[in-house]
Ligand binder design. Structure first.
Ligand code: NDP
Length: 674
């Protein structure tokens, strides 16, 4: 049955006014869908995103957006079987589909939970700490992020129709930006179905998402500095789009993630009987066959100590001989088809070019045994090349055959391995199979600058390792140079691509009000009510309790020392303490100061403060000697709602001595009733 895919423009499903482009099953060659975007008003779509979607998203806090993103992931999970039903025609196995569909929903869940934990329940994000500027502390600096006011244009690759859409969408929506998504044509039926599920979840504000199933027309002609283009695909298209005159003129942000000649290195310490050897062999085969090798992170070059080359080749051939290519719905099939016959033809062509400088060690470029019913030219055999002289070869480091293709090559020593890995001219992922931390450190120092992610696999981490080829939502996905120079995901780092960082300068009072967080030097209003008697919503930022003072006696110090067992000489040995250049005599324990501080500021009765769950940034600044006195200022620094009935209060605590000198400072975290 052929589906006419629809665009989603200005909150309406719109079919193309043209005939549409036929899209075919990679397995059977039958027409699955038609796509097309003729008749769309692309400028109006941008205006809708900017004027309707953007303001609605920016009115929501990071937490509200994160809850919405979680609901989108949940909607995908609830209806995942509908997507699996469409997955196989893209050529993918169920396992490939799992990475795409459930892996995609998983990135939304992780992004959502990181955003709720690490971002404030606000719409502005402070970046780092306040920078003191004026000597008197009346003029300070603070970096902030605010949402860009344009649209995020997501141009996605064909290899992961769902994951590729969701990994960009999570950070975009959390940043408060609407998105216009253009999936790749191959497999667009799967992307459209996942998109439809998100719309039908009915959790998005109008204008937040739009979809173009076809050419994006003159969309790019109307971009401004407030828009972002996030692109995944070939280097050729990336360059073409990046040099679009409007993108160049308006300095439109362009996040590119493109082809990459990723390497995997078997460490010089690994021998045929070490666990790392087996792990390496498994991983190379896995990366060649998952998604039929159509992964931007797949291992294209496997680097092996020269003495191990023959054994690695033999082990890889043996393992590859067990791969069953065919219809993913047929029993026992472990590798599906490429996305289109055109992709398969291109991979074969590239393999033929590579064969001019490397020997084919496994597979047949022109033939493949296929299991199950198929009628498509989109199948390719796994192809393993061996290049015995990798320095005289060029294509194996330069040509990305985007399919089940990899080349093994020898290296002399670690420096040689690093230099070969770096010949990828900037890659998304590098994996290293070694059990020797010193060698690993040397590899990271030599290859880090050329790689966006380095995975170190050994016998300790293997069971839990997520492997060479899996980008994770909490870690950066992207790479320098040829890999595009972009960075996606990386937790909250990914959100910032869709926000503008500005340096603010002004008084602590002003800047504190802007960021919703108390800054030193900002007002510290006091009131008749103890702050522990106020619920989360009632506590004003900056509200301060100034306690009376108490004297710290030698008896207090000795009592504390014996009670806790901490009889360190600085507290208990008069002569040794006198010799100390720091103390010059006995001093109170830092932990005693903390305990007395709590004794001074705590209001004991049952109330809205539910728990003390830690302190951060503790510094003991000046020793407290017997006979000194201390007092405390407890100030509400920031508040974060964590659930309907609870939230976190971050208190700034400063302890002073009788001369008003700061003796200790820290941030206290309490969980409070909302
Ligand atoms: P393309 O670069 O051709 O396409 C990527 C995306 O860009 C698709 O959505 C495509 O849409 C779109 N596009 C193409 N031309 C334009 C244009 N003029 N204006 C706007 N959008 C455009 O890559 P493919 O997906 O076809 O893959 C080709 C090669 O790219 C692969 O063989 C592989 O080498 C590499 N690749 C790398 C990936 C990576 O993650 N690093 C992922 C996928 C591919 P449409 O499909 O409708 O043409």
């Amino acid at each position: 049955m052929t589906t006419q895919l629809k665009n989603y423009a200005a909150d309406q499903w719109v079919a193309t006014t043209g005939e549409g482009t036929p899209l075919y099953s990679a397995i059977t060659g039958e027409m699955v869908a038609r796509s097309g975007s003729e008749g769309l008003d692309f400028k109006a779509m941008l205006d809708h995103a900017r004027n309707v979607g953007g303001p609605a998203l920016r009115a929501m806090t990071f937490h509200a957006r994160a809850r919405m993103v979680k609901a989108l992931g949940q909607a995908i999970m609830d209806r995942k079987e509908e997507l699996y039903a469409l997955n196989w025609a893209t050529g993918a196995t169920r396992q490939d589909g799992w990475i795409d569909i459930e892996g995609g929903a998983g990135t939304l869940f992780t992004m959502s939970s990181k955003a709720r934990r690490e971002l404030p329940d606000d719409v502005v994000l402070a970046d780092g700490d306040m920078e003191p500027i004026g000597r008197q502390g009346t003029f300070v600096g603070q970096h902030v992020y605010t949402s860009l006011q344009g649209a995020a244009i997501h141009i996605n690759a064909f290899n992961f129709p769902v994951w590729g859409m969701l990994e960009k969408l999570g950070p975009t929506l959390i940043a408060g930006m609407p998105a216009i998504i253009k999936p790749a044509s191959p497999g667009a039926w799967l992307a459209e179905a996942a998109f439809r599920i998100m719309i039908e979840a009915d959790v998005l504000p109008p204008g937040a998402l739009q979809l173009i199933v076809g050419h994006p027309g003159d969309l790019l002609d109307h971009l401004t500095c407030q828009d972002v283009v996030s692109f995944t695909g070939s280097a050729t298209t990336a360059m073409k789009l990046q040099s679009h005159p409007v993108i160049a003129r308006e300095a439109v942000r362009f996040v590119a993630e493109r082809d990459s000649l990723n390497a995997s290195v078997l460490g010089p310490d690994a021998t045929a009987d070490s666990p790392e050897f087996d792990l390496f062999v498994k991983e190379v085969v896995r990366e060649m066959t998952v998604k039929a090798g159509q992964k931007c992170t797949a291992i294209r070059r496997a680097l092996v100590p020269a003495a191990q080359l023959d054994s690695v080749e033999a082990a890889l051939r043996e393992r590859l001989s067990k791969v069953v290519v065919g219809n993913p719905q047929a029993e026992g099939v472990t590798m599906g088809a490429l996305a289109t016959p055109g992709q398969a033809a291109e991979v074969r062509q590239r393999a033929r070019e590579m064969a001019s400088e490397a020997r084919l060690a496994f597979g047949d470029i022109d033939r493949v045994d296929v299991r199950g019913e198929v009628d498509s030219a989109a199948f390719v055999s796994p192809l393993l090349f061996r290049a015995d002289d990798p320095w005289s070869a060029r294509l194996i480091h330069d040509v990305e055959a985007f399919g089940p293709v990899s080349t093994i090559m020898p290296y002399r020593d670690l420096d040689d391995a690093i230099a070969l890995a770096n010949r990828g001219k900037g890659s998304l992922a590098l994996s290293f199979f070694s059990y020797d931390p010193e060698v690993t450190r040397a590899l990271v120092l030599g290859a880090g600058a050329f790689h966006g992610r380095i995975v170190i696999v050994d016998r300790d981490s293997a069971r839990e390792s997520t492997g060479h080829g899996s980008p994770l939502p909490m870690l950066i996905h992207g790479g320098p140079g040829r890999a595009g120079g972009g960075e996606e995901m990386g937790g909250v780092r990914g959100v910032k691509h869709y926000m503008q960082r500005s340096a603010l300068q002004g008084s602590p009072r002003q800047l504190s009000a802007v960021i919703g967080r108390w800054l030193p030097g900002a007002p510290q209003p006091e009131g008749p009510v103890h702050p522990f008697r106020m619920r989360l919503g009632e506590l004003p930022i900056g509200y301060t309790l100034k306690t009376p003072s108490r004297t710290v006696t030698l008896e207090d110090i000795e009592h504390f020392a014996h009670f806790t067992g901490d009889t360190f000489y600085a507290h208990m040995d008069e002569e040794a303490a006198a010799r100390s250049p720091i103390f010059g005599g006995r001093v109170a324990h830092g932990y005693l100061i903390l305990s007395f501080a709590a004794g001074l500021f705590v209001d004991p009765a049952e109330g809205p403060v539910l728990a003390n769950y830690g302190l951060e940034g503790l510094r003991f600044i000046k020793p407290v000697k017997p006979g000194d006195s201390m007092r405390v200022e407890l100030t509400v620094k920031s508040k974060t709602q964590r659930s309907e009935d609870q939230g976190e209060v971050r208190w700034s605590v400063s302890a002073f001595n009788q001369d008003d000198e700061l003796v200790a400072t820290y941030e206290l975290l309490t969980m409070n009733a909302a």
